[in-house]
Write a protein that binds this ligand. Structure first.
Ligand code: DC
Length: 230
């Protein structure tokens, strides 16, 4: 079977990361969560007080700081989970918190941020054998990926999944607030000027609203086999 690139795009909280992670593990590929990179830049902006009180940001100021931001992924030897490091610090949990989620979309809409992160992502895919999930992986980062999947699910179901996930981590969360956050991110992601979220023409559509994790896994492996044997 040939080594390929697998691009998984779709709406937020569709379980893209879980599915991409599981698939990568099952087939021995590297997994890269591109959303974590946008989240890490957002956390950097929070920590360096770059947001104004309305959540706005001066792109020129951030642009000058981009070279100070180092984002790395490392697999935890015990849990085998991929951990995101921002300037050497493990931020895997921190970047999933609601303040980062609320501020990440405007950061991901900035041209300078996208150019920097897309360059890094392309570099990561040079050797193939990679599963990357995000919003523009099949359209911008790897337009020639051998397998592209576009994932969707209803916003109610997505909000409930995120709610359960955050609650399980002990965070106090509000379902309605999460749903609003998801819908607002969908709106910004789809309408932004640069690399808006859209299905690539040659991507396979997956609506996982009513699929179990196991059914989804089976479906993904079938898609992978088809693409890698083609
Ligand atoms: O997948 P996620 O929720 O962790 O993504 C966080 C944000 O980053 C989300 O608002 C969309 C944005 N994003 C993006 O614009 N392009 C990507 N390739 C990945 C994420």
């Amino acid at each position: 079977m040939k080594k390929i690139i697998i691009a998984i795009d779709g709406f937020s909280s569709c379980g893209k990361s879980t599915m991409a992670k599981d698939l990568a593990k099952a087939i021995g590929y590297i997994y890269i969560d591109s959303g974590a990179m946008y989240r890490a830049v957002t956390l950097y902006c929070i920590e360096h007080h770059l947001f104004d009180t309305n959540g706005g940001i001066d792109e020129d100021v951030l642009k000058q700081k981009l070279s100070d931001i180092s984002i790395r992924f490392q697999t935890d030897p015990e849990s085998k989970r991929s951990i995101t490091y921002l300037n050497g610090v493990n931020v895997e949990e921190r970047i999933r918190m609601l303040d980062v989620s609320s501020l990440v979309s405007p950061i991901a809409a900035l041209r300078s941020v996208r150019e920097t992160l897309v360059r890094l992502q392309k570099e990561m895919g040079k050797e193939k054998g990679i599963v990357m999930d995000g919003r523009d992986i099949g359209t911008e980062v790897f337009p020639y990926a051998e397998l592209k999947i576009f994932v969707t699910a209803s916003s109610d179901i997505r909000a409930k999944r995120r709610f359960d996930e955050l609650r399980a981590k002990g965070q106090t969360v509000n379902l309605e607030e999460i749903k609003q956050n998801i819908e607002e991110r969908d709106r910004i992601d789809q309408t932004r000027e640069i690399s808006p979220l859209r299905k690539a023409d040659d991507a396979v559509l997956l609506d996982n609203s009513y699929l179990s994790i196991e059914e989804q896994k089976k479906w993904l492996i079938e898609q992978y086999k088809k693409a890698a044997n083609a």
